[in-house]
Design a protein around this ligand. Structure first.
Ligand code: NZQ
Ligand code: ZN
Length: 385
């Protein structure tokens, strides 16, 4: 196992009715900016619960944060903070609202051009406003990690940044808030969490028995409960387990001390930047093709994945790896998620644009050994047609 530091300062408040605890988490003299998305939080009544729990604090609201949150929208919130002297941010929504809030929290404290935050991958961030989250969509793990992904529509760029200043102070995880999710978003959340685990697991062995065991358990839980959540959407226990799985999938725990491969995410982000395909769906396209292409370097872990996650133990090595890749693709299909570029209106002609964007963003040495070059990415995308 490699050396590691692990420090996660986010406090989790998990369970039914936990929004009522908001009042104990945010200072009573805070000037709150309440951030939310396109209207689901108003429709579902979550915002009403939040407003009640905030009591008589001074609160300004900022709605309209898009899925794949936009840079220009985030800057409007930064202006609002300056105008109102907000001291505390509260994100109510899924990964997009939380990611936007992280960027806004950092940009509000940054004297230079906020675009630097993204081009430096967060390196220039020296401070951020404190913020909490009320999670309504289990998927990204953003509720307990320091990462954010922002889209600049005019530049055709979707760029991640990370900063230790951008952990939420607290996150409220009430599984009942996820009952209103449409099937498409339930499926997206399960698939995204699945790929987060895979990208910290499916690399090469480093004798990290605990991280591997945790990762396999998270994967088996998603495989078991993901389709069940679609069949019986009001089952609290299923939603609660999925919510906690998605958080643990990307809060630093399983990734500590192990090699990581974020190539599917980086290639997937360029697909979303091109045509706004849902984040999770881009991953379902790239991952099976990447497994196929990288079956040599990932051989040992693919065999472990076949045995411990899919219980595939018969046949020679190649047959077991084929079985695991087919099982992965079938799992996405069972969630109602297609796994071919053509099913998202993308063809061979688009591959050069995706690969070109990776090059423009300096993403030319991806994967656990930095071996995924633009040529490799092109081969993977061709296999995903
Ligand atoms: O905008 P509203 O009206 O609120 O509707 C949202 C949105 O349309 C809706 N929704 C959320 N909660 C709901 C609900 N509808 C009904 N009931 C509820 N309880 O769902 C739609 C999608 O929301 P969004 O926040 O965009 O989804 P998700 O949580 O999947 O976030 C995706 C974003 O996170 C980034 C992705 O790239 C993408 O931009 N990621 C962030 C990561 C991180 N910070 O660590 C890692 C991920 O890999 C990912 O890249
Ligand atoms: Zn993701």
């Amino acid at each position: 196992m490699n050396n590691f530091d692990l420090h996660n300062p986010t406090r989790i408040l998990f369970g039914k009715g936990r929004i009522a605890d908001l009042g104990t988490q945010i200072p009573s003299d805070a000037k709150v900016l309440l951030l939310y998305g396109g209207g689901s939080a108003e429709r579902t009544g979550v915002l009403a619960q939040v407003r009640t729990a905030l009591g008589d604090r001074s609160v300004v609201e900022f709605g309209g944060i898009e899925p794949n949150p936009r840079y220009a929208t985030a800057l409007k919130a930064v202006d609002l903070i300056a105008a109102n002297g907000s001291t505390y941010l509260l994100a109510v929504g899924g990964g997009s609202v939380i990611d936007a809030t992280k960027f806004i929290a950092a940009a509000a404290k940054y004297a230079g051009d906020p675009w630097d935050i993204l081009t430096s991958h967060g390196g220039v961030v020296a401070a951020a406003l404190p913020f909490g989250t009320v999670l309504t969509l289990p998927a990204t793990g953003s509720e307990m990690n320091p990462a954010s992904v922002i889209t600049h529509a005019e530049k055709g760029a979707k760029l991640p940044f990370m900063s230790r200043h951008c952990y939420p102070v607290f996150s409220i995880l009430d599984p009942e808030l996820t009952f209103t999710l449409p099937p498409r978003q339930i499926a997206n959340g399960v698939a995204d969490a699945f790929v987060h685990v895979i990208e910290q697991y499916l690399t090469y062995p480093v004798s990290a028995a605990v991280q591997d065991g945790f990762a396999e358990s998270l994967l088996r839980t998603l495989i078991d409960l993901g389709p069940k959540a679609l069949e019986t959407p009001l089952d609290y226990d299923i939603r609660a387990n999925l919510m906690w799985t998605a958080t643990l999938a990307l809060n630093g725990l399983i990734g500590a001390g192990v090699p990581q491969d974020w190539a599917s995410h980086m290639i997937g982000h360029e697909i979303t930047a091109l045509n706004d395909t849902d984040h999770a769906r881009t991953l379902a396209v790239v991952l099976p093709a990447l497994m196929q292409d990288q079956r040599g370097p990932k051989r040992a872990k693919l065999l472990q994945y076949a045995a411990n996650v899919w219980n595939i133990r018969e046949g020679d090595d190649e047959a077991r790896i084929d079985g695991a890749i087919t099982a992965t693709r079938d799992f996405f299909h069972k969630l109602g998620i297609q796994t071919r570029l053509g099913e998202y209106d993308l063809g061979a002609a688009d591959i050069d644009r995706i690969v070109g964007a990776l090059q423009d963003h300096g993403l030319t040495a991806l994967g656990e050994t930095k071996a995924i070059t633009p040529d490799t990415a092109r081969r993977i995308l061709q296999a995903a047609l």
